[in-house]
Design a protein around this ligand. Sequence first.
Ligand SMILES: [Zn+2]
Length: 203
Amino acid sequence: MTINSDEIREAFLTLGLVGDEETGILRRFGVILACNSVDFLIEREIEFINSLGSKALKLGEKVLIDAAQWCANATFGGIMDSEEWAQLIEPNISTISDRFDGLVAITNCLGWGKITSYELDEEKEELKFVVDYSYYIEPWVDRFGKTDRPICYMWTGVAGGYLDLLFGSKPHDFVGDETECAAMGASSCVFSAKKLKKKYGIT
Ligand SMILES: [Zn+2]
């Protein structure tokens, strides 16, 4: 591994991720960032799903995952286009796996939980990774108890988004899935991503 995640973490801490003195807006990595409480973020998703009704649960979940995937493409795409990335990370990248190491190091600074292990198959263009302390788990389980389905929608969209950025040409070339979720009682959340099969060969 040529990417030094400790060094990236140190540099991330010096980025001064606070709102602009004049406007209060925090523009960084080509996007506008905002600090929000996890309770707010999750409540918003629960309300959205509930507003569609129980019959549309799958649809509601898919919309949230798709939105997160668009967001991952924009945010991480912006990060990889940024001056900070060019100076700190790009010089150490020689393979697609190196690039993903850099993305993981940044992701683990964002307050979303921690990617503790991952396997990227460059040949098959498939990804599997484990997240400990996903930000969804504690507030969700406190409120609803254990779930019977995976609920880390943001991470699932990010899983597909990572592969869009590493191997694809546009958002949603790949699709993510959460195969184990700590909210269901698993020890960690586990995500996978692979190429999206197009129906009838239509792209
Ligand atoms: Zn989960």
